[in-house]
Design a protein around this ligand. Structure first.
Ligand SMILES: NC(=O)C1=CN([C@@H]2O[C@H](COP(=O)(O)OP(=O)(O)OC[C@H]3O[C@@H](n4cnc5c(N)ncnc54)[C@H](OP(=O)(O)O)[C@@H]3O)[C@@H](O)[C@H]2O)C=CC1
Ligand SMILES: CCCCCCC/C=C/C=O
Length: 336
């Protein structure tokens, strides 16, 4: 028998999630059956959607889901022998039993971790995982940036945003990022090669953007929503494209009480903009294509990755709240 621990969400969050909204349960896993594997979690992800999906998606109590990378320690599925590393959506647990035959839905996904060679396996929940696929398909499929165009990204120093800006540079675009601290801004400009970056907490967004993009914005990758997005959309060029990836500025709010959308119809009509929301699992059957490009760029040095690692199963809640508060530069994750 293997003793396992998992985080259960006991109730719906109100505002910022509280420590006692979660309970850590210890329990014994049954022996694995045919088709099952026993997996020890090594890297567990903390992401904004864990907050957003709590508002409407699952009845409570539920096991806290998220992506994780784990090592197969026992196997009755010949496709996943002992020693294989898998990416799954089993979330905040240290050991779990998985069955890859159950479903391929985003919530129950299990696949072999691509071989990371000299790089950390944690990339499987970062640049070569959901955040990588999100940046890749959101930018390339929805924004469809062309060389010479101006791309703006918010949440620019985070897991998704930092990749979006760098992919846009690889594609020959001029890139402007907004992030929440001067350290983040320095990293974006000095290490990642963004053309301009700004601390949205201390600048007048309208003014600095006008100066940084005097010819207007062609593509906007929106990670945060809210007022900053209305300002950026107001400075877009004819036939501009907006990829609405997330809206973290409102995830801690009561969705039913959010203010009605700021009037965007005038720039939408007059500039003939295209605004499209998306979820990365839409391209699940093409994720390997993204992973292969992303890995190639990481290897060549064209794409830099950074992780904000918290150590310890007991620190998952703290890592999650830290990420929501903007403590992370790059991908926030927990080493188990
Ligand atoms: N559509 C999809 O398929 C997917 C969407 N997403 C979305 O992408 C976005 C980024 O996710 P991810 O890269 O994983 O997370 P990040 O690594 O970017 O971490 C979250 C960041 O959000 C920023 N933030 C927090 N509160 C606010 C606020 N009120 N206003 C502006 N920024 C804020 C903080 O940075 P700062 O210091 O800059 O404020 C924080 O570091 C999220 O909206 C997420 O929901 C993610 C994965 C898949
Ligand atoms: C419950 C399964 C969800 C997996 C996909 C999450 C995509 C993220 C969206 C917003 O942040």
């Amino acid at each position: 028998m293997v003793k396992a621990r998992k985080y259960v969400v006991k109730r719906y969050f109100e505002g910022v999630p509280k420590r006692d909204d979660f309970e850590i349960i210890e329990y014994e896993l049954p022996p694995i059956q045919n088709g099952e594997i026993l997996v020890k979690a090594e890297w567990v992800s903390v992401d904004p959607y864990l907050r957003a999906y709590n508002n409407f998606r699952f009845p409570v109590p539920y096991d806290q889901f998220s992506y994780q990378v784990g090592l197969v320690e026992d196997s009755k599925d010949p496709r996943f022998p002992v020693g294989t590393r898998v990416v799954s959506h089993k979330g905040w647990c240290d050991y779990s039993v998985m069955n890859a035959n159950v479903s391929n839905s985003p919530a129950e996904i299990i696949y072999k971790l691509p071989d990371m060679k000299d790089f950390s396996n944690s990339l499987g929940i970062g640049a070569v995982g959901l955040p990588g696929a999100t940046a890749y398909f959101g930018l390339l499929e929805i924004c469809q940036p062309k060389a010479g165009e101006t791309v703006v990204v918010t949440g620019a120093a985070g897991a998704v945003g930092s990749l979006v800006g760098q992919i846009a540079k690889i594609k020959g675009c001029r890139v402007i990022g907004f992030a929440g601290s001067d350290d983040k801004v320095n990293w974006l400009e000095k290490d990642l090669g963004f053309d301009k970056a700004f601390n949205y907490k201390t600048v007048d967004v309208q003014k600095v953007l006008k100066k940084a993009a005097p010819k207007g914005v062609d593509c906007y990758f929106d990670n945060v929503g809210g007022e900053i997005s209305s300002i950026i959309i107001g400075q877009m060029n004819d036939f501009g494209r907006v990829a609405v990836c997330g809206s973290i500025s409102s995830y801690n709010d009561d969705f039913a009480k959010l203010p009605k959308a700021t009037i965007l119809q005038i720039p939408l009509v007059m500039k003939q903009l295209k605004i499209e929301g998306f979820l990365a699992p839409r391209w699940r059957d093409r994720w390997s294509e993204a992973f292969s490009d992303l890995y190639k760029w990481i290897k060549s040095g064209d794409l830099k990755t950074r992780e904000h690692v918290t150590e310890g199963f007991d620190k998952l809640y703290d890592a999650f709240i830290g990420m929501l508060n903007g403590e992370n530069i790059g991908k926030a994750l927990v080493k188990i």
